[in-house]
Design a protein around this ligand. Structure first.
Ligand code: ADP
Ligand code: ADP
Length: 229
Protein backbone atom coordinates (compact mmCIF):
# COMPACT_ATOMS: atom_id res chain seq x y z
CA UNK A 1 0.00 0.00 0.00
CA UNK A 2 1.24 3.46 -0.87
CA UNK A 3 1.31 6.39 1.50
CA UNK A 4 2.62 8.92 -1.02
CA UNK A 5 2.78 8.62 -4.77
CA UNK A 6 4.52 11.25 -6.86
CA UNK A 7 3.69 10.69 -10.51
CA UNK A 8 5.87 12.42 -13.07
CA UNK A 9 6.06 15.64 -11.09
CA UNK A 10 7.94 18.76 -12.14
CA UNK A 11 8.42 22.00 -10.27
CA UNK A 12 9.55 25.36 -11.59
CA UNK A 13 9.86 28.76 -10.01
CA UNK A 14 9.45 31.71 -12.30
CA UNK A 15 10.47 35.31 -11.86
CA UNK A 16 10.05 38.14 -14.37
CA UNK A 17 13.33 37.31 -16.07
CA UNK A 18 13.56 33.55 -16.02
CA UNK A 19 12.22 30.20 -14.99
CA UNK A 20 14.15 27.82 -12.75
CA UNK A 21 13.32 24.17 -13.16
CA UNK A 22 13.86 22.54 -9.76
CA UNK A 23 12.28 19.10 -10.23
CA UNK A 24 11.93 17.31 -13.52
CA UNK A 25 9.71 14.24 -14.11
CA UNK A 26 10.12 12.71 -10.68
CA UNK A 27 8.18 9.52 -10.02
CA UNK A 28 8.34 8.06 -6.55
CA UNK A 29 6.17 5.66 -4.63
CA UNK A 30 6.52 5.52 -0.84
CA UNK A 31 4.98 2.38 0.61
CA UNK A 32 3.53 1.95 4.06
CA UNK A 33 6.24 1.06 6.58
CA UNK A 34 9.18 2.11 4.42
CA UNK A 35 12.12 4.23 5.58
CA UNK A 36 13.21 6.14 2.49
CA UNK A 37 16.17 8.48 2.32
CA UNK A 38 16.79 11.12 -0.34
CA UNK A 39 20.36 12.23 -0.92
CA UNK A 40 22.00 14.63 -3.32
CA UNK A 41 24.09 17.80 -3.53
CA UNK A 42 22.91 21.15 -2.25
CA UNK A 43 20.36 22.77 -4.55
CA UNK A 44 19.32 19.56 -6.34
CA UNK A 45 15.71 19.86 -5.16
CA UNK A 46 15.57 17.69 -2.03
CA UNK A 47 13.70 20.16 0.16
CA UNK A 48 11.31 21.00 -2.67
CA UNK A 49 10.57 17.29 -3.09
CA UNK A 50 10.03 16.87 0.66
CA UNK A 51 7.70 19.88 0.78
CA UNK A 52 5.61 18.44 -2.05
CA UNK A 53 5.51 14.99 -0.43
CA UNK A 54 4.51 16.70 2.85
CA UNK A 55 1.66 18.56 1.14
CA UNK A 56 3.22 21.92 2.01
CA UNK A 57 3.69 22.71 -1.65
CA UNK A 58 2.25 21.53 -4.97
CA UNK A 59 4.04 20.57 -8.19
CA UNK A 60 3.81 22.63 -11.38
CA UNK A 61 3.00 19.44 -13.28
CA UNK A 62 2.23 15.85 -12.43
CA UNK A 63 0.18 14.19 -9.74
CA UNK A 64 0.52 13.67 -6.02
CA UNK A 65 -1.54 11.01 -4.30
CA UNK A 66 -1.76 10.83 -0.53
CA UNK A 67 -3.18 7.46 0.53
CA UNK A 68 -4.76 7.24 -2.89
CA UNK A 69 -6.29 10.73 -2.79
CA UNK A 70 -5.23 13.12 -5.54
CA UNK A 71 -3.95 16.23 -3.78
CA UNK A 72 -1.90 18.14 -6.35
CA UNK A 73 -4.95 20.29 -7.10
CA UNK A 74 -6.59 20.12 -3.69
CA UNK A 75 -7.26 23.32 -1.74
CA UNK A 76 -4.65 24.42 0.78
CA UNK A 77 -7.29 23.85 3.44
CA UNK A 78 -7.68 20.19 2.46
CA UNK A 79 -3.90 19.77 2.34
CA UNK A 80 -3.52 21.35 5.79
CA UNK A 81 -6.19 18.98 7.10
CA UNK A 82 -4.40 15.93 5.69
CA UNK A 83 -1.07 17.18 7.06
CA UNK A 84 -2.41 17.80 10.50
CA UNK A 85 -3.88 14.37 10.91
CA UNK A 86 -1.28 12.30 9.07
CA UNK A 87 2.16 13.89 8.88
CA UNK A 88 4.82 14.80 11.42
CA UNK A 89 7.73 17.09 10.51
CA UNK A 90 11.30 17.05 11.88
CA UNK A 91 13.74 19.73 10.75
CA UNK A 92 17.44 20.43 11.04
CA UNK A 93 16.70 23.71 12.78
CA UNK A 94 14.33 22.01 15.26
CA UNK A 95 11.69 24.78 14.79
CA UNK A 96 10.75 24.80 18.46
CA UNK A 97 8.92 27.76 19.94
CA UNK A 98 11.23 29.48 22.39
CA UNK A 99 8.66 30.87 24.79
CA UNK A 100 6.82 27.59 25.20
CA UNK A 101 8.11 24.87 27.53
CA UNK A 102 9.19 21.44 26.30
CA UNK A 103 5.79 20.07 27.35
CA UNK A 104 3.91 22.84 25.54
CA UNK A 105 5.98 22.45 22.37
CA UNK A 106 5.24 18.74 22.21
CA UNK A 107 1.58 19.38 22.97
CA UNK A 108 1.09 21.84 20.10
CA UNK A 109 0.04 19.46 17.28
CA UNK A 110 -2.64 18.04 19.62
CA UNK A 111 -3.93 21.55 20.35
CA UNK A 112 -4.26 22.08 16.58
CA UNK A 113 -6.19 18.81 16.39
CA UNK A 114 -8.56 19.93 19.15
CA UNK A 115 -7.64 17.01 21.39
CA UNK A 116 -8.98 17.49 24.94
CA UNK A 117 -6.58 18.77 27.64
CA UNK A 118 -6.70 15.51 29.62
CA UNK A 119 -5.96 13.39 26.59
CA UNK A 120 -3.20 15.81 25.60
CA UNK A 121 -1.52 15.49 28.98
CA UNK A 122 -1.75 11.71 28.81
CA UNK A 123 -0.22 11.52 25.34
CA UNK A 124 2.51 14.10 25.91
CA UNK A 125 3.55 12.45 29.20
CA UNK A 126 3.70 9.09 27.45
CA UNK A 127 5.90 10.24 24.58
CA UNK A 128 8.15 12.25 26.93
CA UNK A 129 8.60 9.13 29.00
CA UNK A 130 9.42 7.04 25.94
CA UNK A 131 11.96 9.55 24.61
CA UNK A 132 13.42 10.23 28.07
CA UNK A 133 12.41 13.86 28.19
CA UNK A 134 10.25 13.89 31.32
CA UNK A 135 12.91 15.60 33.44
CA UNK A 136 12.93 18.54 30.99
CA UNK A 137 9.17 18.95 30.91
CA UNK A 138 9.15 22.54 32.19
CA UNK A 139 12.40 23.70 30.59
CA UNK A 140 12.49 26.16 27.70
CA UNK A 141 14.10 25.02 24.43
CA UNK A 142 16.94 27.54 24.55
CA UNK A 143 17.95 26.17 27.97
CA UNK A 144 18.56 22.61 26.83
CA UNK A 145 21.22 21.05 24.57
CA UNK A 146 20.87 20.67 20.81
CA UNK A 147 20.54 16.91 21.17
CA UNK A 148 17.67 17.33 23.60
CA UNK A 149 16.06 19.97 21.38
CA UNK A 150 16.02 17.55 18.47
CA UNK A 151 14.54 14.89 20.75
CA UNK A 152 11.77 17.36 21.63
CA UNK A 153 11.24 18.02 17.91
CA UNK A 154 10.92 14.28 17.29
CA UNK A 155 8.47 13.97 20.21
CA UNK A 156 6.39 16.81 18.78
CA UNK A 157 6.41 15.16 15.34
CA UNK A 158 5.17 11.83 16.66
CA UNK A 159 2.82 12.79 19.49
CA UNK A 160 -0.17 12.82 17.14
CA UNK A 161 0.80 9.33 15.93
CA UNK A 162 1.24 10.35 12.30
CA UNK A 163 1.29 7.82 9.52
CA UNK A 164 4.25 9.54 7.91
CA UNK A 165 7.25 11.39 9.28
CA UNK A 166 9.15 13.80 7.06
CA UNK A 167 12.63 14.64 8.25
CA UNK A 168 14.83 17.29 6.63
CA UNK A 169 18.47 16.86 7.74
CA UNK A 170 17.36 15.67 11.19
CA UNK A 171 20.98 15.16 12.29
CA UNK A 172 22.35 18.24 10.53
CA UNK A 173 23.06 20.26 13.64
CA UNK A 174 24.11 17.39 15.90
CA UNK A 175 27.42 15.74 16.73
CA UNK A 176 27.77 12.10 15.74
CA UNK A 177 26.63 10.67 19.07
CA UNK A 178 23.48 12.86 19.25
CA UNK A 179 22.89 12.20 15.56
CA UNK A 180 23.01 8.47 16.19
CA UNK A 181 20.47 8.85 19.01
CA UNK A 182 18.05 10.66 16.73
CA UNK A 183 18.47 8.07 13.98
CA UNK A 184 17.85 5.27 16.45
CA UNK A 185 14.69 7.03 17.59
CA UNK A 186 13.47 7.31 14.00
CA UNK A 187 14.38 3.67 13.32
CA UNK A 188 12.46 2.61 16.40
CA UNK A 189 9.37 4.55 15.23
CA UNK A 190 9.73 2.99 11.79
CA UNK A 191 9.85 -0.47 13.33
CA UNK A 192 6.62 0.35 15.14
CA UNK A 193 4.99 1.06 11.77
CA UNK A 194 5.56 4.74 10.95
CA UNK A 195 6.59 5.45 7.38
CA UNK A 196 9.60 7.77 7.13
CA UNK A 197 10.87 9.98 4.33
CA UNK A 198 14.14 11.70 5.15
CA UNK A 199 16.48 14.06 3.35
CA UNK A 200 20.14 14.06 4.36
CA UNK A 201 23.71 14.66 3.27
CA UNK A 202 24.99 12.26 5.86
CA UNK A 203 25.82 8.67 4.90
CA UNK A 204 25.83 7.87 8.63
CA UNK A 205 22.14 8.84 8.65
CA UNK A 206 21.22 7.25 5.32
CA UNK A 207 22.56 3.89 6.53
CA UNK A 208 19.43 3.59 8.66
CA UNK A 209 17.08 3.80 5.67
CA UNK A 210 15.68 0.79 3.82
CA UNK A 211 15.80 2.60 0.46
CA UNK A 212 18.16 5.35 -0.67
CA UNK A 213 17.32 7.63 -3.59
CA UNK A 214 19.87 9.92 -5.21
CA UNK A 215 18.63 13.16 -6.68
CA UNK A 216 20.74 15.19 -9.11
CA UNK A 217 19.64 18.37 -10.89
CA UNK A 218 16.02 17.69 -10.00
CA UNK A 219 15.94 14.12 -11.25
CA UNK A 220 16.18 10.73 -9.60
CA UNK A 221 19.44 9.19 -10.79
CA UNK A 222 19.75 6.05 -8.69
CA UNK A 223 17.72 4.03 -6.26
CA UNK A 224 19.19 1.41 -3.94
CA UNK A 225 17.71 -0.96 -1.44
CA UNK A 226 19.77 -1.11 1.72
CA UNK A 227 20.65 -4.72 2.27
CA UNK A 228 19.57 -6.16 5.56
CA UNK A 229 17.09 -3.37 6.31
P1 ADP B 1 18.12 21.19 -1.78
O1 ADP B 1 17.18 20.94 -0.65
O2 ADP B 1 18.51 19.96 -2.51
O3 ADP B 1 19.30 22.01 -1.37
P2 ADP B 1 16.04 22.96 -2.73
O4 ADP B 1 14.84 22.15 -3.02
O5 ADP B 1 16.07 23.72 -1.47
O6 ADP B 1 17.33 22.05 -2.88
O7 ADP B 1 16.25 24.01 -3.90
C1 ADP B 1 16.45 23.64 -5.25
C2 ADP B 1 16.56 24.87 -6.12
O8 ADP B 1 15.34 25.57 -6.13
C3 ADP B 1 17.61 25.85 -5.64
O9 ADP B 1 18.29 26.32 -6.77
C4 ADP B 1 16.80 26.96 -5.03
O10 ADP B 1 17.45 28.18 -5.14
C5 ADP B 1 15.51 26.92 -5.82
N1 ADP B 1 14.35 27.37 -5.02
C6 ADP B 1 13.86 26.76 -3.92
N2 ADP B 1 12.78 27.41 -3.45
C7 ADP B 1 12.57 28.45 -4.28
C8 ADP B 1 11.61 29.52 -4.35
N3 ADP B 1 10.62 29.62 -3.44
N4 ADP B 1 11.72 30.42 -5.35
C9 ADP B 1 12.72 30.30 -6.25
N5 ADP B 1 13.65 29.34 -6.26
C10 ADP B 1 13.58 28.42 -5.29
P1 ADP C 1 -2.85 26.60 8.81
O1 ADP C 1 -2.09 27.78 8.25
O2 ADP C 1 -4.10 26.27 8.04
O3 ADP C 1 -3.05 26.67 10.30
P2 ADP C 1 -0.38 25.25 8.66
O4 ADP C 1 0.10 25.08 7.28
O5 ADP C 1 0.16 26.40 9.44
O6 ADP C 1 -1.96 25.32 8.61
O7 ADP C 1 -0.10 23.97 9.54
C1 ADP C 1 -0.56 22.68 9.21
C2 ADP C 1 0.49 21.66 9.58
O8 ADP C 1 1.58 21.74 8.67
C3 ADP C 1 1.07 21.87 10.96
O9 ADP C 1 1.07 20.63 11.63
C4 ADP C 1 2.49 22.36 10.75
O10 ADP C 1 3.37 21.72 11.64
C5 ADP C 1 2.79 21.96 9.34
N1 ADP C 1 3.52 23.05 8.65
C6 ADP C 1 2.99 24.15 8.12
N2 ADP C 1 3.89 24.92 7.52
C7 ADP C 1 5.06 24.30 7.69
C8 ADP C 1 6.39 24.58 7.29
N3 ADP C 1 6.76 25.63 6.61
N4 ADP C 1 7.30 23.71 7.63
C9 ADP C 1 6.95 22.62 8.31
N5 ADP C 1 5.74 22.29 8.71
C10 ADP C 1 4.80 23.10 8.41
Amino acid sequence: KSVIQLKDISKSYSTDENETKVLSHVTLNIHEGEFVCIMGPSGCGKTTLLNIAGLLDVPSNGNVLFQGEEVSKASSKRRAELRRSNIGFVFQSFNLIDDLTVFENIELPLVYQHVSPNERKFRVDKIMDRLQLSHKKNAFPTHISGGLQQRVAVARAVVSQPKLILADEPTGNLDSERGREVMEMLTNLNELGTTILMVTHSTAASDYASRVIHLFDGQIVTENLNKGK
